[in-house]
Design a protein around this ligand. Structure first.
Ligand code: 8DG
Length: 129
């Protein structure tokens, strides 16, 4: 059976722009995504997301609301990803593991090469921006 992984991701919104980050390593290196990561045992999804964003970007976020869950089958695993709309509370972004970051307006969302699982979310985001 294929491995299934549970991931949480932050759609960080500021001044009608969305933060996209570029993966700096691994299988999807160079692809654009929403920052986040895997939920560890004993954590809620919200706790995991706040921790991941602190670790990856050195900022503190608040979670405004759940946006969407995506289920996507990659060749090597099945991804289940819960995406939350978030706001920066404090800190200045430091890219600890990403190789790039961009604040994208609605009409710029298609200018980066999103990971395959993210395309559906990006399209739905256009409806609310
Ligand atoms: N964080 C994140 N991961 C995504 C997105 N879209 C997408 O397909 N993924 C995939 C890429 C990874 O294979 C998987 C898990 O994300 P992760 O951030 O924990 O990945 P990782 O490979 O860095 O894992 P690890 O080293 O921390 O264990 O989810 C996205 O928007 N954000």
């Amino acid at each position: 059976m294929k491995k299934e992984i549970e991931v949480v991701a932050a759609i960080i919104v500021k001044d009608n722009r969305i933060l996209a980050t570029q993966r700096g390593y691994g299988e999807f290196e160079g692809g654009w995504e929403f920052p986040g990561g895997k939920v560890e045992s004993g954590e809620t999804k919200e706790q995991a997301l706040i921790r991941e964003i602190q670790e990856e970007l050195k900022i503190e976020i608040s979670i405004d609301r759940f946006f969407q869950r995506v289920d996507y089958e990659y060749p090597a695993f099945i991804l289940h990803m819960d995406c939350f709309l978030c706001t920066i509370q404090s800190g200045k972004i430091v890219l600890v593991e990403h190789e790039g970051a961009r604040w994208l307006l609605k009409n710029e969302l298609d200018t980066v090469d999103w990971l395959p699982a993210d395309i559906e979310i990006v399209n739905d985001l256009k409806e609310i921006l």
